[in-house]
Design a binder for this molecule. Structure first.
Ligand code: HEM
Length: 482
């Protein structure tokens, strides 16, 4: 059959795609309209659940080029040889809005990078901010509920946002970043990315290093005021990225690590695994390790970007997570979300498929046997259990080399994590004091703009937090609230 003949999904030629089969010009349709039924049935199932957060986004392919080998830090094979290139898929997103919201919300931006390494996919599922609102995952659903639309009116609810923040001083640092002039990136190209979390690398000697990843935009930082953002088309950031790549103006980010030894981390008074805090770059300077460049748009947005599945649990030998409590929960949450959103074989979807051999004993499930990387399905092997006696014939066996070094824990008791004594104010105050007069004014205007919808009790609690960060910070917001 010709390559241009219209076919059914089962490949049979379609004689007519304009007219249903009917009993005469004024009669009803007949039951042999199976092609019409196929079209309507497929159409009914075109939508899958959108991501519960970060629903609106855009992605592109590119490459990461390593500047110099990181053998002293890690056995990760994509981090060994200077000049080595690793293919990546990156997805940027807003957090709170649904798929049809605006690209220009005052909201953190997701910055998720999938490295297709020779030993599996390594995902850094970060944001454009170095910290987050929370450091205990038990708060995450409450937080997101308070930031998304009101359940009754289906409208944005700034009072609820501040109600959450007024009850959670740990949010103050990230709230200060969000309400600052950096709160609305002008495009996805003009913002930095961060792992935010402390992650780890480990070397051949079994030494572990705690690391934070930084992706610094080579395009520079550009931001919008709330007024400017309101003038933008809702899909402007998507268009900016697609157009830049289509015209060969490939966006790039310099990639840096902050590296801390386990021994040094143990001496710190600041908890190095607290996601609400940054690591001072004076204490732990940035080390440049490479460049990330995006150079290819997707062929099909739904198949690739919408079905992309990033997971902090996608780790490769020489890399690891950390005791950051938020990160620990994310090790479970993303795989779980993918099973719901994409199915149990999400990793067989081409954008998620590793570009290296995949050998395991998992079998069956919806969509098993999808076209797979390197042209074969992982599920074809005869033996589907382990251990077995067939390793000589190529049946996969575990590799102890992939074992992370043991994590030594202190002798603290297993108990609920009480954060009431934590200092959530100093770093927010430091950030405020670093701002120019104009930046301070934008910050306090943005806060007062939303906080005025909250009741007096919430306003008072927020002002008390701001005061602990910096008396001037609180005084300026108080003046605007009258
Ligand atoms: C306990 C805390 C968190 C939980 C339970 C959580 C949960 C989720 C879930 C369920 C998704 C949707 C995944 C999907 O359907 O594919 C998601 C997406 C995402 N999250 Fe989180 N999240 C948490 C914290 C964070 C933090 C701290 C960051 C950044 C540092 C982050 C960055 C992202 C990004 C970038 C995406 C979008 C990934 C993509 O482009 O597909 N999340 N999160």
């Amino acid at each position: 059959m010709s390559l241009t003949t219209l076919t059914t999904a089962a490949g049979a030629p379609v004689p007519d795609d304009n007219n249903s089969i009917s009993a005469g010009s004024r009669g009803p349709l007949t039951f042999d309209n199976h092609y019409l039924f196929e079209k309507l049935a497929h159409f009914n199932r075109e939508r899958i659940p959108e991501r519960v957060v970060h629903a609106r986004g855009t992605g592109a392919y590119g490459e990461f080029t390593l500047k110099s080998g990181l053998e002293p830090l890690t056995i990760a094979n994509f981090l060994q040889t200077a000049g080595e290139k690793t293919q990546v898929f990156v997805r940027f997103s807003t957090v709170g809005g649904g798929q049809d919201s605006s690209d220009y919300a005052r909201d953190p931006r997701g910055f998720a990078v999938k490295f297709y390494t020779r030993e599996g996919n390594y995902d850094i599922v970060g944001n454009n901010t170095p910290v987050f609102f929370l450091n205990d995952p038990i708060k995450f659903p409450d937080f997101i509920h308070s930031q998304k639309k009101n359940p009754r009116t289906n409208l944005p609810d700034p009072a609820a946002m501040y109600e959450f923040w007024a009850n959670h001083p740990q949010s103050l640092h990230q709230m200060t970043i969000l309400m600052s002039d950096r709160g609305i990136p002008a495009s996805y190209r003009h913002m930095h990315g961060f792992s935010s979390h402390t992650l780890s690398l480990w070397n051949a000697k079994g030494e572990r290093y705690w690391v934070k990843w930084h992706f610094k935009s080579c395009q520079g930082i550009k931001t919008l005021t709330a007024e400017e953002a309101a003038q933008q088309p809702p899909f402007g950031a998507q268009q900016d990225l697609v157009d830049a790549i289509d015209r060969g103006d490939f966006p790039a980010w310099r990639v840096y690590l902050q590296v801390l030894t386990e021994a040094d981390a143990a001496q710190w008074s600041l908890n190095p695994f607290d996601l609400t805090k940054v690591w001072s770059q004076k204490l732990v300077p940035l080390q440049e390790i490479g460049t990330l460049q995006l150079n290819r748009n997707v062929e099909n947005y739904f198949a690739e970007t919408e079905q992309a599945a990033f997971a902090p649990s996608n780790l490769v030998p020489g890399t690891g997570a950390s005791p950051d409590k938020m990160l620990q929960a994310r090790l479970l949450a993303y795989q779980d979300a993918h099973r719901y959103r994409l199915g149990v074989n999400a990793n067989q979807i081409p954008v998620n498929a590793p570009q290296c051999p995949v050998n395991h004993y998992q079998r069956d499930g919806a969509m098993a046997g999808c076209p797979f990387s390197q042209g074969r399905s992982v599920q074809t092997r005869e033996v589907n259990f382990f251990p077995n006696d067939r390793s000589a014939a190529g049946a996969p066996v575990p590799d102890i080399r992939a074992q992370e070094p043991p994590l030594r824990l202190s002798a603290e008791a297993v108990a609920r994590y009480d954060q009431s004594g934590e200092d959530y104010y100093s770093q927010a105050g430091d950030l405020f004091r670093l701002m120019t007069e104009d930046q301070k004014q934008q910050l306090v205007n943005n806060i007062a703009g939303g906080l005025r919808y909250a009741n007096t009790s919430i306003q008072e609690r927020m002002l008390a937090y701001l005061h602990q960060a910096d008396a001037d910070y609180a005084a300026r917001v108080a003046a605007l609230l009258g």
